[in-house]
Design a protein around this ligand. Structure first.
Ligand code: HEM
Length: 403
């Protein structure tokens, strides 16, 4: 039996460059132990099986640090197990009704075209900061129902929250829970919820839908709605990496831009292939609830299971030319693992795809062909987050002669 190669799951310099090691693991050791207490699952079928098996594999410890206990009403959906998770999910599905992304399209188009026009005016800039970071939070806040005038402030609070100690510890030096650590954001959300509760004709948005959602006599409390608003906002920020990865390809590979300009319908498969090949979230964790087995390998109660999304997405057993960017495989290829196929399947997956599509379409509409390029001295660095995959900066120039 081969020895498990060791690597540090919390070091982005390692997790973002693991491709060779992952290929070896898929072939030789599909279930391995890179660190004490952590079991890495490398093959597509096995990752999928763990995603689907919430009975044996708990989401409870989620992304929080060891020993951090968060009250249930202040827990994100992704850290709640059945049966409560299923009950809340049914209510949240009423808020995330089908077609959400179509209704958000006009807002998204107007926002993104404005961002590209600004970029053209300044002849370039960092596309992560100027484009990819701006879209997801604004669109999510718009669908939640946050008034346009408040979106910039609430986005800023969201970024502060994401980059604070709160996600890991549920507290900052200001206090604990969302209310203690971020009283301005919590207060703002509480006020939005209260307005809708007390209005006879509230707007038809996601917050209103959460206040009205009902199944088998169960409803969401105000505290749960506040928590879920923060949940949706933070979860949506992975879309920045998707947009960043696509814009990086658009600028570094002129043939990619030509293909998209010649046929806009090539955009959907390209987004799907980017999601597969360069997933914004590289892996996720579960905890074994009991002694069990994954693909015949014993795992023990309490061990942390690493769901190798990025590895499974390049599984040679499932995808031909698995390391290459081949949009033509879509539709028809096996579902990638990027949105977590299982009971926790990403609620915002259609919204994320729509945002990526609009980001590229608007670039092509606002800027002439071949006008957008990487700055000559650009050097790629990945976001400094161990389980994320996307460019940290994208210094771009807009060809003045072309605009
Ligand atoms: C490309 C962008 C995105 C990626 C890669 C992504 C990825 C994921 C993944 C892998 C999960 C499953 C977590 C698990 O199984 O533990 C998830 C759950 C979730 N995502 Fe996304 N997501 C993206 C965008 C969004 C957006 C735009 C929203 C909302 C507007 C969103 C809201 C959620 C929510 C609420 C959950 C929790 C679902 C549950 O636990 O039942 N995500 N996401």
């Amino acid at each position: 039996m081969s020895e498990s190669p060791r690597f540090d799951l919390f070091d982005p310099a390692q997790t973002q460059t693991l491709w060779e090691k992952l290929r070896w693991l898929r072939r030789e050791l599909p279930v391995s132990r890179p660190m004490e207490g952590f079991v890495y699952v490398a093959r597509h079928a096995d990752v999928r099986a763990v995603f689907r098996n919430a009975r044996d594999f708990s989401s409870r410890e989620g992304f929080r640090g060891a020993g951090v206990v968060v009250p249930v009403e202040e827990s994100f959906l992704g850290e709640i197990d059945p049966p409560l998770h299923a009950e809340l999910r049914v209510l949240m599905l009423q808020a995330f009704r089908p077609g959400l992304e179509k209704r958000a399209l006009p807002f998204t188009r107007a926002l993104v075209e404005g961002l590209w026009r600004d970029l053209a005016t300044t002849r370039g800039g960092d596309l992560v900061e100027r484009i990819a970071l701006r879209i997801p939070s604004a669109v999510t806040l718009h669908v939640l129902g946050v008034p346009d005038a408040d979106i910039a402030q609430v986005s800023a609070w969201g970024f502060e929250l994401l980059h604070s100690t709160w996600p890991e510890t549920n507290r900052t030096e200001r206090g604990s829970g969302l209310g203690g650590a971020f009283p301005e954001l919590a207060g703002f959300l509480d006020e939005q919820i209260a307005r809708r509760r007390h209005s006879d004709a509230p707007p038809d948005d996601m917050i209103t839908r959460m206040t009205r959602a009902e199944a088998d006599g169960r409803r969401l409390s105000d505290l749960q709605i506040r928590t879920l608003c923060a949940n949706v906002l933070l979860a949506s920020l992975s879309t920045t990496n998707l947009i960043g990865n696509l814009l990086h390809r658009y600028m570094r590979d002129p043939a990619f831009e030509c293909t998209l300009r010649a046929d806009r319908s090539a955009l959907g498969p390209a987004i799907e292939e980017s999601l597969r090949l360069e997933p914004p979230v590289l892996f996720l964790f579960r905890t074994a609830r009991r002694d069990t087995a994954i693909a015949g390998h014993e795992v023990h109660e309490g061990e942390r299971i690493v769901l190798g999304i990025a590895s499974g997405n390049r599984d040679e057993r499932v995808y031909e030319r698995a390391d290459d960017f081949v949009p033509a495989r879509w539709p028809g290829a096996a579902e990638h693992l990027t949105f977590g196929p299982g009971p926790h399947l990403c609620l915002g997956n259609q919204l994320a795809r729509m945002e990526a599509r609009v980001a590229l379409e608007a670039a092509m509409d606002v800027l002439p062909a071949a006008a957008l390029r990487l700055a000559p001295d650009f050097e790629l660095e990945w976001v400094p987050m161990f389980l994320e995959y996307g460019p940290d900066r994208l210094d771009a120039v807009v060809d003045a002669a072309a605009v």
